[in-house]
Structures are given as C-alpha cells and as structure tokens.
Design a protein. Sequence first.
Length: 270
Amino acid sequence: MTRTYSLAQLMALPYSPPEMIQLAADTGCAAAGVRLLPASPGGVHYPLMDNPAMLAETLARMQDTGVQILDLEVIRLAADFQVERFLPFMEAGAKLRAKHILVAGDDTDLERLTASFVRLCEAARDFGLSADLEFMPWTAVSNVDIARRVVASAAQSNGGVLVDALHFARSASTLEEVAALPRPWLRYAQICDGAVPGPTTVEGMIHDARCERLLPGEGGVALRALFDRLPADLPISIEVPSESRAPAMGYKAWALQAIQATRQILEAQA
C-alpha cells in the first residue's frame, strides 16, 4: 500500500508556505503542513490570510508541483475562544484546498472546551476542513482518553483525534486506547521519535516537542507498535524538528533523512 507522506511545518520552521511546498516536492512528498497561527505568543508563523501575495505564491507553487496542503496549524481552544476570530484562517485554508486543522486544547473546563470544539467543527465544515484535536501532555487535553471524550461528546462529523507519536509516548495513554479510536475520527498521524522517558518538566517537554525531536528509530518510542494500531492508509505527517541538526546540514538533507527513517519504520511492517 502506498502511503501519503507530508512534511510538517516544524521540519523547516523558517520556510514560508511556498518554500514548504517546494521542499515537499523536492523530497518526494505529496503534501506539506503550514503554520498560519503561532503555537505560542510571538512564535514563527505565516499568516497567509493577511498576506495575499504570499497566498498567491503558495497557490502557484502548489499548481506547479502538484503538492497539496495536508494541515493548517494551529487553533488553540482557550477559555476565551471565539470562533469568529478564526474565520479568515479557515477562508485561507479553503483557498489552499487544505484538509485538516490541527487543534490544541488549552481550556481546563472540559465542558466549555467541548462546546468550543463543537463551534469550531461547525464553522470548519463550511470550509471543507476537519478539526483534529491533538493531545499533548502539557495541555488540558493531555492524553488519548481526554481527546476521545471531547470528540465523542462533540459528536461532529468532521471532528477527530490527531495522534502524535512523541505525545503518545509521553502521556498517560495506551496502545489499546489508540486501537479503540473510531476509524472516522482518524484522518492523519504524526511521526517522530524521542527519548523515553522524556523530560519531567513542562518546559523540557515543550522544548523537545518544538525544537529537538529524534528521527524515527533513534529514540525509545514504540513506533511499530503504535502505527500497527492505526489504519494502514492513514496519511503521515513527518514532524521531526531539530534546531541543532537541521540548519547545520540543510533542511532538505534533514527532510530526506526523516523521510528515509519514516519509510524504514512504516514500510517494513506493511
């Protein structure tokens, strides 16, 4: 079975969306992810909804290469979430023919967070987008079980759960919980590796996740066991940021290493 591979924005955070499209094309990937909103205040992002020239350049590069946009980053569901703020983000996503929105859950009031997720899904549906809730151990949605409960309670046809290999390994989650996720909720997954056990502080976990992941096979994440429990046809977002290695060798060389390592893990078990 031929898998669809996508390069996540964190593979080359300094690259603009047109450059991400070209990087994916140059490394044989069918898709890329783009970060239109920051992961944290002041973080690097590329607000195409406010930059018509870059949006047009991105669309032209997609036309030239055939590379598609897999996912858009990142909408964070905080206590003060107002879906109207994110309509320009979704409008840009529709123009890019993107498929998914990566969603983070920051609101510790899970009833309110679920209501926010419902509103997001309802709005995203009008733009042809899914909303995929990524559990991360330092957020309010810290594991598979909480993500499952939110998505189940929301009961939205375009709502889903995003499984990131590093977050799975560092959260209170089990392989059985992943295997039990309904197939319609799973639209793509993220692969990387890291030390297990990992950092014990929130600061350390965030730094590892955003700045220094390991290539698949270099760390202690049970990648084969995890991906055995996910659908074999699931698109794979390769997300291996390394501020120490990627700039030194060049982002294309780093991406090629990550793609090769991913194939060795996933295609060996196919």
